[in-house]
Design a protein around this ligand. Structure first.
Ligand code: FAD
Length: 528
């Protein structure tokens, strides 16, 4: 007899979300995590000084609030201590170096448009138009994000019949930069929106990325942005508590090295120490495709054409260079009180500067004047630092491999001080060394050591190119969360809809339930 009904490799929040849904159906589930604590990309640790809680990876929780299954799960997690702190006012700030208060994205569309209108009234009108048009696609966006992707022709069939739809379809093909240039005129507004649009690690001229702007802009106003009190880790911790309370198992300090297959059916996982955990109904890999398919199966088990597809999967050459600070006081911006109230800033120069940043990444050069993301979550969550003190996280995108042959481990301290802190200092008045109590630098290599799923330090589970999104993610014919052997399932950022704190592990859970006859469609759960 098998040990469990379902065993899940990896203990990030997606694995846990998958397990939470399965356990609600009475299934016996085990989550197997390599690190000493669950959470993966939602880990929070005291890496600078005691009492200062830093989100080591993901910190801004936006996409999870679109997930219909998470909405139902959230009240259960709240009973175990999950408490979201919502940004009701200012959400993100875009300081501008040569004048004005900068652009602030508020939860409220009117206030946001006022902020944009201070630079260009016509651009504010266009921004509002994009937000208003979202009502037409809102239900479709949510459905398409949290279900297996539809065939590409569905989108064309839905849009090609009307003049407006065809125009929209045409816009979707554009690059983010081209779309922004066609629709917004002011150079500051253009830079602010382009920098924001590139957050999912796409290149300014990458075709087919404009579609994301139609979702990115309205989502922040429609669904809001939040952080868990106490750190991102609280999301995964409360999922773990929920699972344990329902009789589930969570093994930590247990590295999965192999998926056990017999007669074309996956029967369980083998740990690095040789122990085996078997499952009768399904095995889920919440690991990256390299660990899963190139290392996780005995030679000859998987078809060679499948292995070729895995080898062709691209993680890109982009990672993040990050630093965490423990501070006496939060950064004071030169742009007025509203910017100071905003929990995080996206700081960049002109569109030319942004393009230079990305061209340097492509050429393997440490960015000379990078765009910067800076978050001071303690403005909203006082529990993350000792009384009156603050945390600050900053990062930027950099190439994984440097053409110079140098390692990020060697140059990170200087890069962070000169480029990231240097840029923040230009926009603030109090970020002198006196304000800094401690700091901790993270590099691509260090992140890859902390979380084996971050292949070579890649932070988004694989490039978001047209060839790797939707029905092609992770591979054509495998976008339905099922692997190449029976009873084997996949979840995580290499599967649709990609990276982000979204709890999209619920999709794989639903697929398992469909296969087990526990669910007929989205609205029709069958209890055991
Ligand atoms: C630096 C950074 C910043 C980010 N910022 C944001 C943000 O602000 N907002 C947002 O929405 N998203 C953000 N993301 C993306 C988001 O954090 C991830 O997409 C998300 O956490 C992925 O969740 P997951 O559960 O699928 O996988 P992961 O969180 O990666 O979890 C995988 C787990 O598997 C474990 N594991 C690995 N190998 C093995 C093995 N062999 N055996 C057992 N266990 C194993 C790991 O230890 C880890 O716990 C960020 C990502 C990074 C890296």
């Amino acid at each position: 007899m098998a040990d469990y009904d379902v065993v899940i490799a990896g203990g990030g929040h997606n694995a846990l979300a998958c397990a939470c849904l399965l356990i609600q159906k009475g299934l016996k589930v085990c989550v197997v995590e390599r690190n000493e604590s669950v959470g993966g990309g939602t880990a929070t640790r005291e890496v600078t000084l005691p009492g200062f809680k830093h989100d080591m990876f993901g910190s801004s929780h936006l996409w999870i609030h679109l997930n219909p299954d998470f909405k139902k799960l959230r009240p259960e997690l709240e009973k175990h201590g999950l408490k979201y702190i919502w940004s009701e006012g200012a959400i993100q700030g875009h300081p501008i170096s040569d004048g004005g208060d900068g652009i602030i994205i508020y939860k409220d569309i009117d206030k946001t448009c006022d902020s944009i209108a201070a630079y260009a009234a016509a651009d504010a009108r266009k921004y509002r138009e994009i937000c208003q048009e979202f009502e037409e696609i809102r239900a479709g966006v949510v459905k398409s994000m949290f279900a297996p992707p539809s065939p590409p022709s569905y989108l064309y069939q839905a849009l090609e019949k009307s003049r407006k739809g065809l125009k929209r379809l045409r816009d979707y093909q554009l690059s983010a930069k081209r779309f922004i240039f066609e629709n917004f005129q002011n150079p500051h507004v253009r830079a602010c929106l382009l920098n924001w649009a590139l957050a999912p690690q796409i290149l300014p001229d990458q075709l087919g990325t404009a579609a994301g702007i139609y979702v990115m802009i309205p989502s922040i106003h429609n669904f809001g942005q939040a952080i868990p009190e106490g750190g991102s880790q609280m999301l995964s911790n409360t999922m773990q508590k929920y699972l344990l309370a329902k009789g589930g198992s969570v093994m930590t300090g247990a590295t999965v090295s192999r998926f056990i297959v017999s007669d074309g059916t996956c029967l369980g996982v083998r740990l690095q120490d040789g122990r085996e955990i078997t499952a009768s109904h399904g095995v889920v890999s919440a690991l990256d495709p390299v660990q899963t398919f190139l290392k996780g199966f005995e030679d000859g088990v998987l078809p060679s054409d499948f292995i070729d597809m895995v080898k062709n999967y691209s993680f890109s050459n982009v990672t993040m260079q990050r630093v965490h600070y423990a501070l006496h006081e939060p950064p004071k911006f030169k742009h007025g009180a509203a910017m100071d109230e905003t929990p995080f800033q996206r700081i960049c120069g002109s569109v030319d500067d942004i393009e230079r940043h990305y061209s340097e990444i492509v050429r393997g050069i440490a960015p000379s004047n990078p765009a910067l993301w800076a978050a001071c979550w303690t403005k909203a969550d006082k529990t993350r630092a000792p009384a009156g003190k603050h945390t600050l996280a900053m990062d930027t995108f950099v190439p994984i491999d440097l053409a110079s042959g140098e390692s990020w481990e060697d140059i990170a301290e200087t890069f962070v001080r000169e480029k990231l802190l240097g840029l923040l200092r230009k926009h603030t008045t109090n970020m002198s060394d006196d304000n800094i109590l401690g700091h901790y630098v993270q590099t691509g290599p260090s992140m890859a050591r902390d979380n084996l799923c971050l292949y070579r330090g890649s932070t988004n589970g694989g490039e978001r190119t047209l060839a790797q999104m939707g029905v092609f993610r992770p591979f054509p014919n495998y976008a339905n969360y099922r692997g190449p052997v029976k009873r084997f399932y996949m979840t995580g950022p290499s599967t649709h809809p990609g990276a982000g704190i979204s709890a999209m592990g619920t999709i794989a859970a639903n697929e398992i339930m469909f296969d087990l006859g526990l669910k007929r469609d989205d609205d029709d759960d069958l209890d055991l």
